[in-house]
Design a binder for this molecule. Structure first.
Ligand SMILES: C[S@@+](CC[C@H](N)C(=O)[O-])C[C@H]1O[C@@H](n2cnc3c(N)ncnc32)[C@H](O)[C@@H]1O
Length: 261
């Protein structure tokens, strides 16, 4: 298996805005997360000293948050491991820190005994099947009771759909893993992150053409993957369909508002 971000560095940076039909730079798509975050900030008492976007990429989520409100006394930090992503985040109100989110510790954010709020969009799947729980435990250990962790994470209602997408990523030789919504909720609760509310967000369309660019797949790779998945699982229009040049798959996201207990 390759390192998580090595194969996708080609789409990091300015190209990130347009990948997957612009999903990650679309203000309308981000709106449910922005509303949820604003709500969590309003519920934090006292207000957070800092909002930290973990794997925040180009800083788009924090920029949208700042576009839709004023947060006196709150600092904004984008933590990402990719230099190319952070190079695009030039908003002077956001401090960029280049490190792995698995390495972050509370003291890095200088909260001065005030709360912090963690946000994360589309990153938990990078930890793979074996890495999810250890990461959540690490994150929870950086939090104080009552603090929020608001994340938008890809997950499926049905086990068979999660299995189908997991086979797709295995065949692309990428160690990402998608849980069912129930499995994710169990992991969160197990690590001391109580799920306060869950909201749906627009799904993400993954064409084999986009995936071939993102993960550098050959035509043979795409043909083989398409044939294997349709043979094993058949086609389900809402999750996986074969197309003349490959396939289209869909990722479903939910926003989990979690509170450290
Ligand atoms: C799918 S992108 C999402 C970017 C951003 N959250 C957004 O929604 O636009 C995943 C991001 O996570 C970053 N990433 C992956 N693993 C990471 C890690 N261990 N530590 C920090 N960043 C990581 C990648 O560099 C990438 O920018």
């Amino acid at each position: 298996m390759m390192q998580k971000i090595d194969r996708e560095l080609g789409i990091h940076g300015s190209r990130w805005r347009t990948v997957h039909k612009g999903y990650f730079a679309n203000p309308e798509v981000a709106m449910p997360l922005i509303k949820t975050l604003k709500n969590a900030i309003a519920l934090s008492s006292p207000p957070p000293a800092v909002v930290v976007d973990l794997g925040g990429g180009t800083g788009f989520v924090l920029q949208e948050l700042l576009k839709h409100g004023q947060y006196p006394g709150v600092r904004f930090i984008n933590v990402d491991i990719s230099k190319r992503q952070l190079a695009v985040d030039t908003d002077s109100r956001i401090l960029a820190i280049r490190t792995s989110v698995t390495e972050v510790t509370r003291d890095l954010f200088e909260t001065k005994n005030r709360p912090l709020l963690f946000v994360m969009r589309s990153v938990l799947h990078y930890f793979g099947y074996t890495g999810l729980l250890p990461f959540l435990r690490h994150l929870r250990a950086q939090m104080e009771p009552g603090e929020f962790f608001v994340h938008q994470t890809a997950c499926f209602e049905h086990q068979i759909d999660a299995q189908r997408l997991n086979l797709l990523y295995q065949r692309m030789r990428i160690d990402k893993w998608y849980p069912t919504a129930k499995e994710l909720e169990t992991c969160l609760e197990e690590t001391g992150l109580a799920v306060h509310s869950i909201h749906e967000v627009p799904k993400l369309c993954l064409t084999s053409r986009d995936l071939a660019e993102r993960y550098r797949l050959s035509r043979e790779d795409v043909r083989g993957i398409s044939a294997e998945i349709s043979l094993e699982y058949g086609e389900t229009p809402a999750v996986f369909v074969v197309t003349p040049n490959g396939f289209t798959a869909y990722l479903y996201y939910q926003i989990f508002t979690c509170v450290a207990i």
